[in-house]
Design a protein around this ligand. Sequence first.
Ligand code: TYD
Length: 214
Amino acid sequence: MSIIHNFAVFEGGDGSGTTTQLELLRKRLAGPGFPPFHATFEPTGGPIGVLIRKVLKGEIAVRPETAARLFAADRNEHLYGPGGIVERCGQGELVVSDRYTPSSLVYQGITCGDELPASLNASFPLPELLIFFDLESKIALNRIASRPGRDIYEYADFQERVRSRYKALFPRYKAAGVRVEWLDASLPPEEIAEQVWRAVREMPIVEGGREMTK
Ligand code: TYD
């Protein structure tokens, strides 16, 4: 399985703080001496991603297997479409995505069984770095309780299964050559941001860029 260099992914259960941390990382990398930075997310803002958001809100009902295929189709555009991950990383941009293949293996693994998401995602390349935001599902659900509406996956027993599936999954990414970093997402956001930074700055694209400005 090939690895996309300059590509990192944030993963975690719902409410684990990945979106907040990606914004903090974006601010940190805005200064001089860093490579061009592109923060992105899945489901994407493209037409398939927009459709998926409707499914997540329960506005459109589809079979779990259909949802699994939609996530994979959205990812294919995200990777290979114009201005996509592969193009940007190839041009020397640092790309960090809020969710990627592990989300499908974990969430759709629960809703459809392991086989379908595994086969739908088998040919997608791996990220260089995977950062997992680990949080007790009780705390995570308390955090998202204040948000308007509830996604179809935002329930305690489902999120508990999400967490244990992530734990079981990451050794496989490690074995495939991905650097996997595990963060305690119950820490204060500034502390998590420091840990994220420690992981990201070790990427050759960040280290190399800093050396050039010395
Ligand atoms: P996210 O955008 O992180 O949630 P929110 O916008 O509500 O903070 O992700 C949306 C949901 O989609 C989340 O519950 C995880 C789920 N998801 C999958 O089930 N499979 C996937 O492949 C992806 C990318 C996300």
